[in-house]
Design a protein around this ligand. Structure first.
Ligand code: ASP
Length: 330
């Protein structure tokens, strides 16, 4: 009897310690861009449409996580929902550059292997996040740009579209207005008119983190300009030792401050929590420099952070505990 009891206690302790970490739990966080949007400029109907799309993306990702699927599959699935929607500045809803064309950037990182993939300046791949993933998994490189990236995506069997697929009347009107109001030099991007970059980060039941980001960049950007979204460490980063981060905001500031990596590094080297590290970078460092934007992040224990220093950021999360929330304003 005593022996049986000892075996039972041992089995119980083993079970507890297996579930003690993040194992068995999952978290998914998404964003649809940050910017200076105010409640007054958005109707309740518009707000509802955005929130519904964010929920749809969370559900697409969660369906994978709750079956024990990988964080990589979950973030790609959530990002594709946002890329396919004209509401966000990625995929179908990408903004126009100064020449009136769409140039798209995306990146992905696997926190368990530190493998990463990115594409920049592409014009005809329907879902840029899938091209970033192919670069990570099917090439020996980390980043491909322009025609080289498009050729690779085609060879990998990804869906190729005519560049006119990315035409969207609302984005075109924003671009025309930008040109009318722009007294600036040719190709100076408009940081106030770029909202809607998308991203997703996740922790899966196996304790693996992943991050993905996809964007059309900034309205009126110079052709060939590449922002932070496809730059590993700036707009995107994942490391199982710390966290997964996806950024949105004025890309040049995020590149100079190596934002996503800085958050992870502050956790590893300074022992900060995800919240402390995220706030130090977004609410202090970037804010002091005038670097508008925000980040979403999840740490290896499933904690979520979504700091932003603008008036709004389309964002949401869902956890295995059933906790979920989508919001836009502060
Ligand atoms: N970070 C993106 C870029 O600079 C834009 C954004 O997130 O709004 O290309």
């Amino acid at each position: 009897m005593r022996k049986l009891f000892t075996v039972f206690v041992f089995a119980f302790i083993t079970l507890i310690s297996f579930h003690g970490g993040a194992q068995g739990r999952y978290s998914l966080v998404i964003h649809g861009g940050s910017g200076n949007i105010s409640r007054e400029r958005m109707s309740l109907e518009q707000e509802a449409v955005y929130l519904e799309k964010l929920n749809e993306a969370l559900q697409a990702g969660e369906a994978i996580l709750k079956e024990g699927g990988s964080s990589l599959d979950a973030i790609v699935s959530a990002i594709k929902v946002l890329e396919d929607s004209p509401l966000f500045n990625a995929g179908k809803g990408a903004v126009f550059n100064y020449e009136g064309r769409n140039e798209l950037d995306a990146s992905i990182m696997d926190g368990s292997t530190l493998q990463a993939g990115a594409v920049a300046g592409i014009t005809n791949v329907k879902n840029p996040i899938t091209a970033a993933r192919k670069v990570m998994e099917q090439s020996s490189h980390v980043m491909l740009t322009g025609r080289g990236a498009e050729q690779f995506a085609f060879e990998q069997g990804l869906e190729i579209v005519d560049p006119s697929y990315f035409f969207d009347q609302r984005r075109w009107d924003q671009y025309r207005e930008y040109l009318r109001n722009s007294t600036q030099l040719r190709g100076v991007a408009d940081p106030d008119n770029k909202m809607g970059t998308v991203g997703a980060v996740a922790l899966d039941m196996h304790g693996n983190l992943a991050a993905g980001t996809s964007t059309g960049g900034m309205t009126g950007k110079r052709f060939g300009r590449i922002g932070d979204s496809p730059i590993i460490g700036a707009g995107n980063y994942a490391n199982n030792q710390s966290c997964a981060v996806s950024a949105t905001g004025h890309g040049e500031y995020f590149i100079r401050n190596v934002v996503a990596y800085d958050i992870s590094a502050q956790m590893i080297y300074l022992g900060k929590s995800l919240e402390e590290a995220g706030n130090a970078v977004v609410m202090e460092k970037l804010k002091e420099q005038g670097g508008d934007g925000g980040i979403i992040a999840v740490d290896k224990d499933g904690n979520v952070a979504m700091p932003f220093n603008t008036t709004g950021m389309f964002r949401g999360y869902i956890k295995s505990t059933g906790e979920t929330k989508v919001s836009i304003f502060e």
